[in-house]
Structure formats: C-alpha cells, structure tokens
Design a protein around this ligand. Sequence first.
Ligand SMILES: Nc1ncnc2c1ncn2[C@@H]1O[C@H](COP(=O)(O)OP(=O)(O)OP(=O)(O)O)[C@@H](O)[C@H]1O
Ligand SMILES: [Mg+2]
Length: 362
Amino acid sequence: MLFPPKDVIGIDIGNYSVKLVCLTEEKKVVRLKDWGYIPLSIKADTTPEEKKSIISEEIKTYLKKKGIQTRYAATAISGNSVIVRYVKLPKLSKKGLAMTISVEAEPFIPFDIKDVNLTYYILNDTSDEGEPKMDTVLVAAKRDAVQDKIDILTGAGLEPLIIDVDSFALETLYERIAPKGDTNSVLLLNIGQKVTNLSIISQGVTRVVRDIFIAGTTFDKAIAKALKSDLAAAAAAKKNRVLLVSDEDKEAVIADFDREGIAVSKAASGVLRDLYTEVSRSIDFYLSQGVEHSISKIIISGGMSNLGNITKFLSAEFKVPVEIANPLSFLPEAPNNMPKDVLPALAVAAGLALRKIKDWEE
Ligand SMILES: Nc1ncnc2c1ncn2[C@@H]1O[C@H](COP(=O)(O)OP(=O)(O)OP(=O)(O)O)[C@@H](O)[C@H]1O
Ligand SMILES: [Mg+2]
C-alpha cells in the first residue's frame, strides 16, 4: 500500500455481539473516534450464509446510523478455526524458511495444510541439543474462516486490511495498558460466548496461548438445567444474579429465601471451577518450562467478566489478584456514554485498533 490509510476500525465479530473501536492519533494523542456494540441474536436454525449476511447488514446499519465514514477494518479470528503454536524450527535463512515452512509446520498443525493460511514469526535464535534453532510462532488459520470474516466485512461495505487472532489483539492491548516496566507474568482471560481466549504474558512476551471452549453458553446451559428454564431465561438470570462467594453473600440470599439466586450461583460456580481446571493446566504447562515468574495477576475481559462477583470468585480460586480489564484506559478521557458492561467486551476490538497505530509507527 502506497499511502497507509489514516484510520482503521478494529472490529471484533463475536458469536454474541459485534464490537468496534476506531482510534485516531493527532500529535501523539490517541483519541476514541468511534465505538460500537451490536448485540446479535441469530436463531439457531440460521444457515451459515444467512448468518453472514445478517451480521453484514447489522454492521452496515450501525455504521450508517452513527455516520461512521472510516472504511478500513481490522478483524480477528479465534476458536476452532485457528491454531497458534510456539515451536523450535531449524535455523534457516529467511528464504530457506519461506520455501520449507509448510513441511516444517505440518507436524504441528492438526488441520490439512492445504486448508490453512500459514503465517509465522521468528522470535529469536535458540538451540536444541547443540543444534541451532529458532523460536517461532506458527499461526495456521483455516481459509474458510478467514474468508467468512472477509465476506462479512465487505458485505458491510468495509475493506478488510488485517485478519488477526483474538489472542494477539489482546496481547497488543495488554502492551498498551500494562504498567510501565512490568516484569511480572500475567494471565489474560477473555471470556466470551463460545470461547475463552487464554494468554500468559511474561515480561512482554507471550508464552502460552490457548482457546478454551467454556464460556457464556456453558453458563447459560448449566443455569437453564438448574432452573429448568430455557436458555434465554437462564441468560437473563445470569445477568441479574451474583456468585455467592463470601459468607455474607450466602447469608443474604438465605435470609431472603432466594432459591433462584442460590441455584444460579451454584450452577455458575460449577462452570467456573471447570474453567479453573482448564486454566490451571495451562499454568502448569507454563511453569513446567522452567520459568522464573509465577502468575502474579489475572486480567479478565469479554462480556462474561460482568458476571457479578466473578473477580472475587476467581481470586479466591487462583489465590492471585484478579481484575477486570479497562481496554480504553490509555485514553485521556473515558467516553461518558458507554454502558459499564460494554467496556470489558471491547478488549479485542481495542487491541485491533491499537495494532494499527502501532504498525504505522514502526
Ligand atoms: N451484564 C452481564 N452479566 C453477565 N453476563 C453478561 C453480561 N453482559 C454480557 N454477558 C455475557 O457475555 C457473553 C458475551 O461476551 P462477548 O460479547 O465477549 O462474546 P463474543 O465475543 O460475542 O463471543 P465469542 O468470542 O465467544 O464468539 C454472553 O454469554 C453474555 O451473556
Ligand atoms: Mg469474543
């Protein structure tokens, strides 16, 4: 591209909602140009093609309603359609690696190599039993999943410039919002509707990324089962109730004979314990690499971080401080018209928007 476009919309197309963030930079000051939160309610029997055009239309309508002129977009994929692996590859020249990458990568990729877009980044030189090697990040994205995102964006009248990965967008965001000179290891958990993106970042370097399929829908199902209700009623109960963590929390609902409150908390706690087990496996994996820093903090984001008392619950389980991300904390002023529960859901979109600014600066 001859002239990099000035502004790009970071647009996170999730299973529950579409989030968008557009930043602009003038005289080194970053300003929020536009933001958006578009809840989706797509019926279960909708075909994938219909689903794509519904989402396109929703985005298009929103852009029009808000008078958003920006036409370039950055988006991301996650879940089943992308795999990220940190691997050691033989030390080769750039050209040599470009020629052999599909062969080198094949053993690490659980998809047919013909169906994926393969990208890689060399992190640093290393060695393995005396052999010179390179620490490399492999990213294999299923072609049809990438195409789906491109179709949605072009269908909305946007021009897709970047297809990133949720976890990398979260890493970009964390770089920006982390305290300066942060030498600790943090665990990021972006808990959405179908997927929870996990990353462990130590001294600015991502060590573990993984997507876990325990998220909003899992809570809805567990709560529906406990309340013998449908999923919509369960989702509503999830938003109105809190996890009962302390003795005071429990005594309050018992005093009110609030059976539903107890049932919702019990069901949601069960799901969070399953999530805890999965996350602990990743932490153990990380620690088994002989690292110097254990996890000192957990930062959660995504719509599910609005679940009442979730930070209290998780910090009691993990025994480290847990906080909810503010993905716009780098702005001189927070937008005053944004609902409180939207903010943590903007994490991926904000990371995508920031990546743009970062890329052009380098
Ligand atoms: N106030 C709230 N209290 C509890 N849960 C909430 C609240 N607001 C949203 N959620 C839940 O957050 C989840 C959606 O989060 P998010 O918008 O991050 O998902 P998504 O990005 O669309 O999904 P995915 O990334 O899995 O495709 C839903 O399960 C929703 O019920
Ligand atoms: Mg999401």
